[in-house]
Design a protein around this ligand. Structure first.
Ligand SMILES: [Zn+2]
Length: 275
């Protein structure tokens, strides 16, 4: 019993908000038990592999003009990450462009960004719209949503193992043991895995909009972008949209939130008028 109590204390102590409270008011406490260095090393490995594969297929940074544009926009956003977490300014940021029809973009833990040309060709046609997508992806990395999901998966595994050991110590009934193991697996899946991802998307939307506004990009571009995504998903659902469902309520939320932080865009766009 004492061991379980210590384990629970350990789990509670792993709950913290990865970003500071800012104008977009994202303050949810997160469960991040997986050590940061492990998440970073896995992400780094994955990014290097993705880059290598793109290089072999002659898909890496082929369009130099577009690459420079994407990098210019991304680094303007990266300059503003300090408002959310000062340590992220020192991350080893990388921004690359992959030639692909796929509508996709991602930012891995630690700031490893990849933008697919399909996203720009088919949807994000203005700098403001590119900033909306990249800002959203950077927000996922700042909030460490990847590490959070990995932590959840880890606890599911550890939880099942720990509870099975506990039951096998305290009971001789094999059926009860099996039932207990199944129950814990289902419970942890429902408790952790399901409600989180929608909340993570909402957080990435909010922080992404603020990041864009602070960098002098019009946050309302997120609304026009996701409308286009919505139309594209009617024709042929791209992979990106399966994890980013673009429905009317999401677009409505983006519009409300964009208007709320419009003042940040008005304040900051002046700094970039000559760029
Ligand atoms: Zn997202």
């Amino acid at each position: 019993m004492q061991k379980i109590f210590i384990f629970c204390l350990f789990l509670i102590s792993a709950c913290t908000s990865t970003t500071l409270k800012t104008d977009s008011d994202v303050t949810r406490k997160q469960f991040v038990i997986l050590p940061e260095f492990m998440a970073l090393s896995m992400a780094n490995e994955g990014y290097q592999q993705a880059k290598q594969k793109a290089l072999e297929h002659k898909q890496l940074n082929q369009d130099v003009y577009l690459l420079n544009e994407v990098r210019k926009i991304s680094y303007r956003l990266i300059d503003e990450v300090r408002y959310f977490r000062p340590d992220a300014s020192d991350w080893k940021w990388e921004v690359n462009l992959q030639t692909s029809d796929e509508i996709n973009a991602y930012c891995m833990p630690g700031g490893k960004i990849m933008v697919f040309t399909g996203l720009i060709d088919k949807a994000a046609k203005t700098n403001d719209e590119i900033a909306a997508v990249v800002g959203h992806e950077i927000a996922h990395a700042l909030r460490e949503h990847g590490r959070e999901r990995m932590s959840t998966a880890l606890v599911q595994q550890l939880g099942i193992l720990g509870f099975a050991i506990y039951i096998s110590d305290s009971s001789d009934n094999r059926e009860l043991k099996n039932l207990a193991v199944q129950g814990v697996a289902l419970g942890t899946t429902l408790f952790f895995a399901l409600p989180n991802s929608r909340e993570q998307e909402r957080e990435a939307d909010k922080i992404g909009l603020e990041l864009a506004a602070r960098a002098g990009y019009n946050p309302l571009a997120a609304v026009s972008l996701w409308r286009k995504m919505d139309e594209l998903s009617d024709m042929q659902p791209p992979e990106f949209l399966s994890t980013h469902p673009s429905n009317q309520s999401r677009i409505d939320d983006l519009q409300i939130q964009a208007k709320k932080i419009m003042y940040l865009y008005e304040e900051n766009k002046i700094r970039f008028t000559n760029n």
